[in-house]
Each structure stands twice: as structure tokens, then as C-alpha cells.
Design a protein around this ligand. Structure first.
Ligand SMILES: [Zn+2]
Length: 478
């Protein structure tokens, strides 16, 4: 349905005569940015209609929320002539919004299947972000006709175990990606393997290798091809060494580092580096909240210890010296992170910007996004202090605008900027290793904008099987 010629926005339907399943139902970020014009398109009364019109969401009948379709005769009309799809379950590969972020539009009759850790990660990110109504109603919906809360059927799956009571036999296998609880799948009756997002250069490359072994010889391999035209491979180990060097080069100066909060393996590594270099670690509350939530679940993910860690106390109220937790500007998740420390219920100590300011060379400040640079303006690092960005580079205009604003703050604050990152996606050589390792009869590339490169590699003999290029809205008969 989508994700055929774009990076992200994967929406794959697999149907038999009686029923179907969906593999991922992500936001096509590119298309969304291309067509969203101001707040107007986000008004809840018009959202579904605009999304369908501009094909941010595919025009398919039978899968969208009954309440929204029923209340909006324009959306109803737009869907009337569309192809119908029956799908009882949507299986999510991992907790990145380009794979799950449109699931809030799905009918409540569509169950969601994912691992329990993945669910915790997604819930945590939803709660601690600027929430968008329908988009975040994945596990629970508010029926807009009567206002009642509807719980969606949830199927938690375990690695290497068939997902229970769904209409296909699907086995999830964990794979290496830039966040934990990422899965590839084997759909047995279709003899189809789907990689989700995958790489071979992270700390869990052995998982990808195991996935390759397990799905070897399938008829069809549906593979992500984000980086099919690049052979650059920066490993997580290299990132770790670089970060350590960047810190060591600045004795006596504050080090700030920007990471993606869900990249827990990298977080854990920075916790370790800070210990080794005897610097105190300060983390953003968003990161603390995710770790708290995972720690209280039964996750198998190895979490960093919060002992001896500081949690950055954001100044958010006008009264009470700026830290009045009764203020509505502390949303409930944030308030809980802080209260649990004030009451001594959880490990980690709160720290205010002034305290960091006084002893800058003792700290590493771990921030959860580019916008956190504004908090640095409160800490006022000494000129020449270092900021390390350890997330992916901007890859569209909107992110470039955000990046240039970030850089302006870097210059204004007289900071020394470094960038080091390891992609969550396999490079060309790794993709070929996966393809040739699995050795399918046919290859179906998704999550890529470069069909030509796949075709070129096939002609050159690097890809030794047929390649089927999917088209949006066109079925492939297996
Ligand atoms: Zn991803």
C-alpha cells in the first residue's frame, strides 16, 4: 500500500482468500511534510479527509476507523470506490514512527501485534512527546461519535514464537537496528521473509545473522533498501571510540551529547564511558522516563543503571523559582519522573542548570533532541565547550531548517560541534550479504528510493535472483 518507493511509511498488506494481515502501518514522513500546510490540515474534523486526499494515507476501504469515516461524509465518499481490504491484525516491526505512526487511524477491529518491550517504548515516546490526537490512539481509541474509550485488541509476541491467533503463520525474529525490540518476520505459508529495518554493524549483528539463517531459502525476501547506494559502514564500536576521544579532548569543559532516546544500546555505552572517564552523567527527563518505564516492565533489554546518574530538572514554571511542580507546564509523565526522585522512590538525583554551571568540567549532559540546545543557553557553557551530535544527519528540508537553527545556537553559545553516528540501516555491501545469505528466489525491495541501484546490482550479478519492484496500490501475487 505504501513504502514502495519511499523511506519509511511502510504499509504492507498480505492477504489470502478469507483474511489479511498488515505488516507495519507507518507514517510516510516525506509525504506528510510535502502536503501538511500549517495547522489547518491537522484539525481533527478534516484530518482523515486531507490525509486520504493527499495520499498521506492510502485510499483503501475497510481498514480505517469507523467513527471517523462515519462522521465525515467526504472521507466516506473518498473511500467508497476504493479497493476493499480485510485485515484482522497489524504486525509492527519496531518502534519507529515511520513503521507504526499511522496505526491510530486503523479500525478498532484491527488488532495490534508487537513485542511487549516495543509497546513500552512506543507508549513512553507517545506520552513524553507533543501528542497528536488520532496519531497516538494506537492502543486505545476515543470513539468520536460517543466519546467512549475503546481498547484495541493487543497481541504481545515473543521472539521466535508464532504470533498467536492470527490468520497467517508468522514468526518474529529479533534483528539489529538502531533501537532494541526490532524484528524481522517469516511468513510461513507465503514463504516470505520481511526484514523490517535491519543492519549488520551494530552491537547485535549476531541477531541479523541468525535471522538470515532462519529464513534462508525462502521464495520471497522483502528487504529494506534505505542505504542501497552507500557502502559507508560506521560501526557502533567506532562511534563509541570517537565519543570517548571527543570527551577526552576537552578536560575541564562541559560535554553535551545529543542522542535518540530510544537508541538504548548507545545510551548504555555513554553511561559506561562517563563512568570510565569519571564524569558525572546528567540525562534528560525524557530518557529517564523511558528507562524508568522499561525497568518497571518485564523487558529483556539490558538497561543502564540509574545509580549515580543525575536527571536534568527543567525550569518550567513562572512561579516558585521556576520549579513549581504544581504548574500545568509539568505534564504528568515529567512530574512523575521528578517526584519519584524527590520522594526517593527511584534512583537518580535531580540537578538544576545552575548546579551544572558551577562545575562544568565534571559533567556529561545527555540531551534527547536538537531543541535541547535551548537548555544549554540556561547552563551557559564556557566558550569552546563541546557538543557532540550522535543522531542521524538531517535528510530533508524541514530537518535542515531545524539543523540550521540549531547551528545558529551553537555559534551564539560559542560551542565546538562534533558529529558522529552509525546508521540504523545496512549499507550496500551488508544488504548484499543479507540477500545472498538468504538466497531467495525473488527479492522485493521496500523502504528505499533507489530501485535503479537494485536493478544495476542485479545486472552486474551482485544480486543473483529476480527483483520485483512493488508499486503503491498494486498487488503482487505470491
Ligand atoms: Zn527504523
Amino acid at each position: 500500500m505504501d513504502g514502495a518507493l519511499s523511506i519509511g511509511g511502510n504499509k504492507i498488506a498480505l492477504t489470502s482468500r478469507d483474511d489479511g494481515i498488515l505488516l507495519d502501518f507507518g507514517v510516510n514522513m516525506r509525504r506528510k511534510r510535502d502536503y501538511l500546510l500549517g495547522y489547518r490540515a491537522l484539525v481533527i474534523a478534516n484530518k482523515l479527509y486531507y490525509y486520504l486526499y493527499s495520499e498521506i494515507l492510502p485510499k483503501i476501504r475497510g481498514i480505517y476507523r469507523e467513527d471517523l469515516v462515519e462522521l465525515d461524509e467526504r472521507a466516506k465518499t473518498a473511500l467508497e470506490k476504493a479497493d476493499e481490504l480485510r485485515a484482522s491484525t497489524c504486525i509492527i516491526s519496531h518502534g519507529h514512527a515511520d513503521h507504526y505512526g499511522a496505526a491510530g487511524f486503523l479500525s478498532n477491529n484491527v488488532a495490534i501485534a508487537m513485542s511487549n518491550s516495543m509497546k513500552t517504548i512506543i507508549e513512553s515516546m507517545i506520552e513524553s512527546s507533543a501528542a497528536l490526537d488520532i496519531e497516538v490512539e494506537i492502543f486505545q481509541q476515543k470513539d468520536r461519535r460517543r466519546g467512549e474509550k475503546l481498547k484495541r485488541r493487543f497481541k504481545g509476541f515473543e521472539e521466535e514464537t508464532r504470533i498467536p491467533d492470527i490468520s497467517f503463520s508468522v514468526i518474529p525474529y529479533p534483528v539489529d537496528h538502531s533501537l532494541p525490540a526490532a524484528f524481522g518476520f517469516l511468513i510461513e505459508e507465503a514463504s516470505l521473509a520481511y526484514t523490517g529495518d535491519i543492519r549488520m554493524h551494530g552491537l547485535f549483528k549476531h541477531l541479523t545473522k541468525r535471522f538470515i539463517e532462519k529464513v534462508q531459502g525462502v521464495e520471497y525476501l522483502m528487504i529494506e533498501g534505505t542505504r542501497i547506494s552507500s557502502s559507508i559502514r560506521v560501526s557502533e564500536e567506532e562511534v563509541s571510540r570517537e565519543i570517548e576521544r571527543f570527551i577526552e579532548e576537552k578536560p575541564g569543559k562541559l560535554i553535551s551529547i545529543i542522542v535518540s532516546p530510544t537508541d538504548i544500546d548507545r545510551l548504555r555505552d555513554i553511561f559506561r564511558i562517563s563512568e570510565r572517564l569519571e564524569r558525572k552523567l546528567v540525562i534528560s527527563p525524557k530518557i529517564a522516563y523511558l528507562i524508568d518505564k522499561l525497568a518497571s516492565s518485564e523487558t529483556k533489554i539490558t538497561l543502564p543503571s540509574m545509580k549515580n546518574v543525575f536527571i536534568y530538572f527543567e525550569r518550567r514554571s513562572l512561579k516558585g523559582d521556576g520549579y513549581d511542580l504544581k504548574s500545568a507546564h509539568y505534564r504528568s509523565w515529567l512530574k512523575n519522573v521528578y517526584l519519584n526522585r524527590i520522594d526517593g522512590k527511584m534512583e537518580g538525583e535531580l540537578i538544576k542548570p545552575d548546579q551544572i554551571s558551577k562545575d562544568q568540567g565534571s559533567y556529561i549532559f545527555m540531551m534527547s533532541g536538537l531543541d535541547y540546545i535551548l537548555e544549554l543557553a540556561q547552563i551557559r557553557p564556557e566558550p569552546g565547550s563541546r557538543v557532540i551530535v550522535s543522531t542521524s544527519e538531517p535528510h530533508d528540508e524541514e530537518q535542515e531548517i531545524e539543523w540550521s537553527r540549531f547551528e545558529r545556537w551553537i555559534d551564539l553559545l560559542r560551542l565546538d560541534l562534533r558529529h558522529v553516528h552509525s546508521s540504523g540501516h545496512a549499507d550496500r555491501e551488508s544488504l548484499l550479504e543479507i540477500i545472498n545469505g538468504v538466497n531467495p528466489k525473488k527479492l522485493i525491495p521496500v523502504h528505499t528510493v533507489d530501485h535503479q541501484e537494485f536493478e544495476r546490482l542485479r545486472k552486474a550479478g551482485d544480486i543473483r535472483c529476480d527483483v520485483i519492484f512493488p508499486k503503491i496500490g498494486e498487488a503482487i501475487k505470491l
